[in-house]
Design a protein around this ligand. Structure first.
Ligand SMILES: Cc1ncc(COP(=O)(O)O)c(C=O)c1O
Length: 433
């Protein structure tokens, strides 16, 4: 093993041997080279007053070389904020400002030891880094039975983790913290589990309430007390879109420093929050360890980025940074929040109006982009009927679940949308489809 990787492992182990044990074999081997092209270039940037002939970009007239056909559409930006490589860990100012934003929006993070967020190529990449650094073949990856389908590729197919499912809702239609606890404790003999907590959840648009949040944290604590090392990951993709009286912040704060056998990791980003899906800007942040260990995990994370994508896109980091610094940012975000909330409320009013009889029930939702119908007929048949007879696209999940993204339907069209879904269900029921 490279001595630098060994040093990082020793730093973590000295602070918390359980966290050192949580690392996968790739995670243990990972490090960020101290000496090499990156460090020599950084040194030259500071000291090479005459000529800087280090890094593999081209320059002209003291600026990154660029084509006018590109720059003419981006003239608000300085070429140095677009064309140069961003550092592998991301633009330092963006990392700092995202950290401030996270603390402001998540009061329970204040006072906790957290790392500097590392910039990822959006959330999928952040999750994939978690997989690389913490999941070995056979490790349990615990998710509810309704989850984002990509988890399976990320953690099972790529890393050989074993997906362990528990029912998302309990008999009272609340978050099934007891199910999570059972799933965790079922791994007692293995001594390790990765838990993915995604609120608002894709696909049902649910965020637990404060009490349910406490029960989730208690389940993780119970598992830790039973001797299980828990990598507790919050996937906060839809953060902030809380329309009702649910938790209004990530569980990352409560999970950070919860127990010596719990490592809290926050995966979040601008994708859905800032309505910039194609920009690919996300973050990964570690919580609850000493500064030295947090820095060691940051270095392993950046080493992982260096060895996969080298660095994330610079223009989109610049765009997001500019937005976050703008005094118009909050007002514009609130305006979009109101639109999304209006749609969610409208869907709920329609579903509760009695108009659609009992052809479906819906899973509790209070947040995010989606809601999920639980149909009394085959969801795939309804999906097909909707596409072929009514020009409507939805997502069929499992046997009877139909996911509807109200995020992309204007409020004024929602009634027509659900009328069509209702018709399609009736058609399938009547055997007409
Ligand atoms: C729960 C969840 N996590 C992560 C992502 C991925 O986000 P990104 O587009 O930033 O990779 C999605 C996207 O659909 C999602 O629904």
């Amino acid at each position: 093993m490279n001595p630098l990787a060994q040093q990082l492992n020793e730093t973590i182990a000295r602070d918390n041997p359980h966290v050192a044990d949580m690392l996968s074999s790739l995670g243990k081997a990972m490090y960020l080279p101290k000496l090499g092209i990156l460090s020599q270039s950084a040194e030259a940037k500071q000291k090479a007053g005459s000529y800087n002939a280090t890094i593999g970009i081209a320059t002209e007239n003291g600026k990154p070389m660029h084509l006018e056909v590109i720059q003419e559409t981006l003239s608000a930006y300085d070429p140095k904020d677009l064309y140069e490589y961003a550092p592998p860990g991301g633009k330092p100012e963006l990392r700092a400002i995202w950290r401030e934003k996270m603390i402001a929006e998540n009061p329970s993070v204040a006072g906790k030891q957290i790392s500097q967020p590392v910039v990822t190529n959006a959330l999928t990449h952040g999750l994939s880094i978690v997989g690389d650094l913490f999941v070995d073949a056979g490790d349990a990856v615990i998710v509810p039975d309704k989850n984002w389908e990509n988890y399976e590729l990320t953690f099972n197919v790529r890393r050989g983790g074993e997906m362990v499912y528990y029912p998302l809702y309990d008999a009272d239609n609340r978050f099934n913290a007891a199910g999570l606890r059972d799933a965790l404790l079922s791994r007692k003999d293995k001594g390790k589990a990765i838990v993915l907590l995604n609120f608002p959840i894709n696909p049902t648009g649910y965020t637990p309430g404060v009490e349910e949040g406490r029960a989730i944290v208690a389940a993780v604590r119970d598992a830790a007390e039973a001797g299980i090392n828990v990598v507790a990951v919050t996937d906060d993709a839809y953060f902030g879109l809380f329309f009702e009286d649910s938790l209004q912040e990530s569980l990352f704060g409560q999970l950070s420093g919860l127990h010596e056998r719990v490592l809290a990791i926050k995966v979040d980003g601008a994708t859905k929050e800032e309505y910039v899906w194609g920009f690919r800007v996300g973050f990964i942040t570690y919580g609850g360890l000493s500064d030295a260990s947090l820095s060691a995990l940051e270095q392993k994370t950046i080493g992982n980025i260096r060895s996969t994508i080298s660095s994330g896109p610079h223009p989109s980091q610049t765009f997001i940074l500019r937005a976050l610094k703008s005094d118009r940012f909050q007002a514009q975000k609130e305006e979009k929040f109101r639109i999304m909330k209006g749609r969610a409320n409208k869907v709920k009013n329609l579903l509760d109006s009695g108009k659609y009889g009992d052809v479906w029930t819906y899973y509790p939702f209070n947040s995010g982009y989606f809601m999920c119908l639980n149909l009394t007929v085959d969801a795939e048949a309804v999906r097909q009927r909707l596409l072929n007879a009514y020009g409507v696209g939805t997502i069929a999940l499992g046997e009877t679940d139909l996911r509807v993204a109200f995020s992309c339907i204007e409020e004024g069209n929602l009634e027509d949308l659900f009328d069509r879904i209702y018709q399609a269900v009736l058609d399938v029921k009547a055997g007409n489809a």
